[in-house]
Ligand binder design. Structure first.
Ligand code: 2M8
Length: 424
């Protein structure tokens, strides 16, 4: 991958090609073959990227994301294309759920970055209230779902590693180890047909991911039961910060539309989430991932700590500590923010969420830094996002030391975030 993205060179042309190539006609597949459905946070990032190419298509992405909302108000981690055959596990694992638009959906969710992306999109490419309001109301219902079904100790509980979006991050190793693995014969993995197995989750992880889904089915998919008594229950400061920022952003959009009731409720949720997370933050700006079954805190450091920077009202000392972590500290890499620090238990430089750099984490951390007024550090990360594109192209993730491409190729959110940055 050569070319200077600053000058609108090869990287941007390639990024545009990737997004167009992954267009499923209204939503964007994350990567050809490897991920052939609509994923939740991927789609929100893609909406931003599309806006640099086609504003109408950008808004369509968000409309199709919320169209898959289920009857409870959850927006699932995947809305499936029933015709796609290259991904496993498919819709048959999720208890026959469908979205409002009739598509089969999963029964777990993902980091709710959609409202933040909506707010950014509305700021740069505003649409009339009649178009924006239905999206706002759907996201409001989803946030309410978190606040009423998933809150424990004031924060949203993650009940499956896939909900974090950082599937096999070492933070989940101990909580997941208590889940009795399913029979290996049940696995029909397709991912390792696209990506070297050394860069993907281990078989032992997949056996537990699936066993956990079966346990969720046994609990009748009841969200309060899963949040309060499920086999896997974790507090992730990155996820809490993302939700608090999303509520704050949605409050802003709703206020500008004149929807005071929605705005007030979202603002109150944001405040409540932020104060719950602030209450357990250390001097170093880190709250740590907490296993709710044992109360133990993960001893290492990773993307969850970087994403804490998104928390509205993060005290300035904590905000600076996180900036020092990602620029010059344990999560520093020339191509962005490390998903896991070298010294953490379970670190692996080439394996998925156990060490490599991901463009979305770098970009979200830069957004948080900018919002906390740490603009110099934000600029450093934005520059590293461009370096990522130069060394790894549009790869799913990159090696934290030499920046070489890892995981899937032609990956949509890498392309989308590069386009959004260049367009600003
Ligand atoms: C990865 O997760 C999926 C399961 O959701 C998988 O590995 O099969 C994660 O990186 C997740 O964050 C991402 O949304 C998804 C699609 O890009 O892939």
């Amino acid at each position: 991958m050569r070319g200077d993205p600053h000058a609108g060179g090869v990287a941007l042309d390639v990024a545009a090609e990737v997004l167009r190539g992954n267009d499923a006609g209204g939503y964007t597949r994350p990567s050809p073959g490897l991920y052939p459905h609509q994923w939740n946070w991927d789609s929100a990032f893609c909406a931003l990227g599309w806006s640099a190419l086609d504003v109408e298509r950008a808004w369509r992405e968000l409309e199709l994301l919320v169209a898959a909302q289920d009857a409870e108000g959850m927006i699932a981690h995947i809305a499936f294309d029933p015709a796609a055959r290259t991904y496993w596990p498919g819709p048959e694992w999720w208890g026959g759920r469908t979205g409002r638009d009739g598509r089969p959906v999963s029964a777990i969710t993902q980091p709710p970055v959609a409202a933040t992306c909506l707010a950014l999109l509305q700021e740069r490419h505003p649409q009339p209230p009649e178009r924006v309001r239905p999206i706002v109301l759907a996201l409001h219902r989803w946030h309410r779902w978190f606040m009423t079904r998933r809150l424990v100790a004031g924060e949203p509980v993650i009940v499956h590693p896939w909900e974090s979006g950082r599937d096999n991050a070492p933070e989940w190793d101990v909580p997941l180890s208590r889940v009795t693995p399913c029979d290996e014969a049940l696995l029909q993995r397709r991912d390792t047909g696209f990506v070297d197995a050394a860069q993907r989750p281990a078989t032992r992880d997949y056996r537990r991911y699936l066993a956990l889904v079966a346990l969720m089915a046994d609990a009748g998919w009841d969200q309060r039961t899963l949040a309060e008594r499920g086999a896997f229950r974790v507090l992730d400061p990155g996820f809490t910060a993302v939700l608090a920022a999303a509520c704050d952003d949605l409050a802003g959009v709703a206020a500008r539309l004149g929807d005071a009731e929605v705005a007030d409720e979202e603002a109150a949720w944001s405040d409540a989430l932020a104060s719950a997370l602030r209450a357990r933050l250390g001097e170093d700006g880190r709250a740590g991932v907490v296993d709710l079954v044992t109360g133990e805190r993960f001893p290492g450091c990773g993307a969850a700590d970087a994403l804490t920077e998104l928390l509205p009202g993060l005290p300035s000392r904590a905000a600076s500590a996180v900036a020092d972590l990602v620029v010059g500290g344990a999560l520093d890499s020339a191509v962005g923010v490390r998903s896991t620090s070298v010294g953490s238990p379970g670190f692996d430089a080439v394996n998925y969420w156990r060490g490599p750099v991901w463009a979305n984490v770098t970009w979200l951390t830069a957004l948080g830094l900018e919002r906390r007024g740490l603009t110099a550090a934000a600029a450093v990360l934005r520059d590293r996002l461009r370096t990522f594109a130069q060394t790894a192209g549009m790869a799913e993730y990159a090696h934290p030391d030499d920046g070489r491409p890892l995981g899937g190729r032609d990956f949509s959110w890498t392309a989308a975030l590069l386009l959004w940055e260049r367009d600003g």
